[in-house]
Design a protein. Sequence first.
Length: 502
Amino acid sequence: MFTKPSQWKALAGALLIAGSAGPAVAASRVTIAVTETIASTNPIADSVNLMYGVWCQIYGCWTRYNDKTQTYVSDFFESWKVEDPQIWVFTMKPGLKRHNGEPVVAEDFVHSINRIKTDPQSRQAYNVAEVTEVLIRDPRTIVLKTKSPAAPLPDYLTFVFVMSKAQWDAHGRDADKDAFGIGPYRLKKLVVDQYIVLEKDPKHPDVSTDNPDELVFQIMREPEQRVTALFNGEAQIAQFVPPHMVDRVQQNPASKIVMSDSVEAMFVAMSPLAPPFDKKEVRQAVGYAIDRDTIIKRVLQDQATKINGPVGPGQVGYATNIDYKYTYDPAKSRELLKKAGYSDGVAVDFYATIGRYTLDKQICEAIAQMLTRAGFKVTLKTPEWSTLWSNVQKGGVPFYYMGRGSIIDPSVMMQQYFGTGGSPRIGYSNPELDKLLVKERETFDHDARMKVLQQAMGMINDEAPAVFLWRHQMAWGLSKSVDYTPEANGYIYGSKIHLKSK
């Protein structure tokens, strides 16, 4: 099933499924051509935006960000409160049941956080690093204790999928293959690094009859492949249509473009653990070497917005006056390299993603040329995305281009990439920054916390373990048979996709 490209067109139309009574009815399917990895049936074994959205709509998430109201909501809890700066109390919604009819119980929440912390395959422990204990006060009341005051805790918990303790106790890791959750879609089939098929739960209160009965996420990393699939009817939604293909999709009579502002921060990362990036001057030289305006205009055709830190307009902590000094200045780059002891330039390997982000290969080629003009001797490396991502997570790539998605509140991202011990992805450590990162998490007053966040972002910019570039304005290719408004965080929910009546 679904193993050959030629099969997709045949399977993209309606299937016949038997109803409980009366004649067979047509089941609708929407296929989405996507670019990210599908690593495992284990929902915590990967850390990519696509899979966060997939598992959230299967299992349900502890909290979710509603970009329309700019508030946090929950699939599981009717309310929560801060009882003490280090004690949060959550009250469950009554009567929650999983796809197999099993009730959601308080023990599921304890199990889910403990598994994220202890599962050897987990790539998400940093999301709940602040949580020290999960307690059951009564059958509907869950208490989280944190090791220090944690003002952004609702944002951390958006990454927590609530899994069944009973299923784990009965089946161990095999429980992941069934993935019984409370979400609007159920897991039907998953083939690692190829595709996922989800099936609508018609009884779920968040779905309607015009949501697709089946939702297929098919990896197609080449833009041409995604657009061709859209035109051929093999896909109804094509993720990340590059700027030079937008008009082509718009002019096709059966398709259209929908634009969305991404909350994914694109950046160049540099590990201070690896020479020459152990010297701040070299990292700063990279910042001055990159002409962001030219890349946005000529490569991205103005479909991106510069950012001077991990966040931009509409995200928590954004301010227009964040200290960012890296205007394009190759002479300044050469001066900094000389100051760092590299008067004759310095050789670096620069790792690029290919087919993961919009025009990433072309962007990285342009950056490599700019670095060369500024005195670097650049070798551009282009491994497969899955290989590069795996090595980045292990701390094995000193210099690379990448994005960090799902940033509403930047607290997790800043700790993950720049806090001491946050993750190996950059390996940066600065006691002064650590103090600021702790302070922002402990500050519950909104205005005061914003000032601390901005101070921390200014310090990151000065130290330059990463040089922030832009947020893409994402072009989604849609068949005219569907309506879909992309989420701010990039998650793709079947309940947001609506099929038009013929």
